[in-house]
Design a protein around this ligand. Sequence first.
Ligand SMILES: Nc1ncnc2c1ncn2[C@@H]1O[C@H](COP(=O)(O)OP(=O)(O)O)[C@@H](O)[C@H]1O
Ligand SMILES: [Mg+2]
Length: 260
Amino acid sequence: MSSDRKVILETKGLTKHYGGVEALNDADFKMYADEHIAIVGDNGAGKSTFVRNITGVEQRTSGDVVFDGESVNFRAPIEAREHGIETVYQNLALADFLDVPANIFLGREEVRFKLGPLSWLNKKAMRKRAEELLEETGIKIPDLTQNVAGMSGGQRQCVAISRAAGWGSKLIIMDEPTAALGIQETTRVENIIRGLKARGVPVIIISHNLRQVFNLVDRIVVFRQGRIAGVLDAKQASGNDVVAMITGVDQGVHDNASYI
Ligand SMILES: Nc1ncnc2c1ncn2[C@@H]1O[C@H](COP(=O)(O)OP(=O)(O)O)[C@@H](O)[C@H]1O
Ligand SMILES: [Mg+2]
């Protein structure tokens, strides 16, 4: 690896304990700006804890986080967003009774304020920007004025991802973004992720789907029992290698298909 590759995110000794529960221990992680990384691991391995303690959802017990060359300690998710980290969750975190443009602008109060709250101009500008964002990410939603409650899981997740992708993000983190989706919807989300790769936007995706992982990312970081068990090159490693690292059991015993 040449040393002139830009590092976008690094954690050193990142640790989170909930009382006696050692959810995350001593995680050393380094990600370059030109790569996509998958985080895999069994339930309870510490994957979501890792993300929450980078993005300011929770406060770490100890350790350091360096983002885009700056030592950071976000006190709230909005601070991470302001620094260019967007997070997409499995649970399709959209406001059901707002339409697509309103959801894309949700939490962007500064933008709303600049445009003038509740004005006609404001609505028009939001809608135009929403259309642009969806276009950029290749997402087709027939009627932007419908409440997102009436949309399919896949459409909702596409809106969530275009929201994340649309704010000049420096890093997008997705925690099991397709876990609640059907096959076709999953494919659409995967295409968006490929588009982000083509546009040079770094992505971390937590996924249980090894096929997806191998199709999408450059490197695979394996968590086991609150620790980073290892990092694999997606082009070199096999499914068995990943499963062996996830379980801590030697390969050959497990059929990786059973994990997919
Ligand atoms: N708020 C919490 N309070 C106590 N324990 C927690 C909390 N959140 C997660 N844990 C525990 O931390 C460990 C890691 O959880 P998590 O990061 O959610 O795992 P994963 O995302 O890999 O499935 C698990 O043992 C889980 O029960
Ligand atoms: Mg999780």
